[in-house]
Write a protein that binds this ligand. Structure first.
Ligand code: MG
Length: 390
């Protein structure tokens, strides 16, 4: 494809792989791919990405084969984000790279795991999954001869760092700068963040209904759901079960995507950015829902929080997750020799270099990198006297 043809499909304010702000270590340009395609490909081949398969979204992996995992969630986010990106003439490869990597820093056991690890790390700088995603991609992945991490482009790293405290922003160099200067990320990053919300709100309804922890009668109190549900039932009055739910949810996703594209297009037309820097320097995000859709989404999130995430059956698993994470972190902190050799070496080096804070960070990296089942097995190996130590 000629450059002219590529440009015809690209908005002037889209992220352009030829104008990238570059990688931490400079590398020759890829032969048959764009810089952002290369980033996407490196993410797919990373260890952290493969681990997403066995990490909890809401339901713990062993609770059922049909529920979302972090991996299927990331693929759904990528699908929604790419559709939006393409129709808005933005860079689809960058969008996909950000979407596939956006949850790579998550601990085992979903938010319960993150909360528990953050509490463990309170004295040592805390733990934040978003920051951990960047840490994995910049440092912890060790697969390449010439650099640590994946050496991704600035634009991909910028998109993955969705939020960040001012304290942490100052330590992060170029990608932290926008939080200090109160600027925006690229439109590809902005839309992927919202695609994440569209994906999880809708698939949590699906998983919630499938698990029986919430029911359709409750869901019909939500306007976003009931509008589409009524349309489905009017058109297909005999439809039952999963088909009825899926038909409703696919329409909900469609409605949210259309609202997002139309609202964002109108905002972009009004502000009329000419370059990606105009997007970054604008006072607010240009990708957004209409006020009405934002309110519907708030209502839905509140409902899911109260009825699904805090459902007593989900909450029991949350408690168990806390127990596993806290116990593992504490026992490794007390006795480093319990760590596998590679992590033991790293922990000892970190202790010499930066004291107990450094040691704690190595242990947090180890625990955060675990899948649900690896963490569960480590717990059994370390605390169940009848369990195997292997
Ligand atoms: Mg997510």
């Amino acid at each position: 494809m000629t450059d002219k043809k590529i440009n015809a499909n690209r908005a002037p304010y889209a992220a352009d792989p030829k104008q990238s702000k570059g990688r931490i270590f400079s590398e020759p340009a890829p032969t048959y791919r764009s810089e952002f395609q290369r980033d996407r490909d490196r993410i797919i081949h990373s260890t952290g990405f493969r681990r997403l398969e066995y990490k909890t979204q809401v339901f713990v992996n062993h609770e059922g084969d049909l529920y979302r995992t972090r991996l299927t969630h990331s693929l759904e986010v990528a699908q929604i984000a790419r559709s939006i990106s393409r129709t808005m003439l933005l860079d689809e490869d960058l969008t996909e790279a950000i979407a596939l990597a956006h949850d790579i820093g998550h601990t085992p056991f979903g938010h319960a795991g993150q909360d528990a690890l953050h509490a463990c790390m309170k004295e040592y700088g805390g733990f934040e999954h978003n920051l951990q995603s960047l840490r994995i991609l910049d440092i912890l992945e060790q697969n390449y001869a010439e650099f640590d991490g994946l050496n991704l482009c600035f634009e991909t790293r910028e998109g993955i760092l969705k939020h960040c405290s001012l304290k942490n922003a100052t330590k992060l160099g170029d990608v932290g700068q926008r939080f200090i200067e109160k600027k925006q990320a690229s439109l590809e990053a902005q839309l992927t963040n919202i695609a994440d919300q569209i994906a999880y709100n809708n698939h949590d309804i699906d998983d919630g209904l499938r698990s029986g922890l919430i029911n359709i009668e409750q869901m019909r109190e939500m306007q976003l759901f009931s509008t589409q549900y009524d349309k489905v039932m009017w058109k297909y009055p005999d439809l039952t079960g999963n088909r009825r739910v899926h038909e409703t949810i696919r329409r909900m996703i469609g409605e949210q995507v259309i609202d997002l594209v139309e609202t964002s297009r109108a905002k972009i037309a009004e502000v009329n950015p000419q370059t990606i820097d105009d997007v970054r320097n604008h006072t607010e995000q240009l990708i957004s829902f209409s006020d009405e859709m934002r309110n519907h989404n708030q209502e839905l999130k509140k409902f899911l929080r109260e009825n699904l995430y805090y459902h007593h059956k989900v909450y029991r698993m949350t408690r168990k997750a806390h127990q596993v994470i806290e116990s593992l972190f504490d026992v490794f902190m007390k006795d480093l020799r319990l760590l596998p050799p590679r992590h033991l070496t790293l922990a000892r080096e970190a202790l010499v270099e930066s004291g107990i804070i450094g040691q704690a960070r190595v242990i947090a990296d180890y625990v955060a990198g675990m899948t649900d089942r690896y963490a569960t097995n480590e717990y059994i190996r370390l605390f169940d006297v009848k369990g195997s130590v292997f």
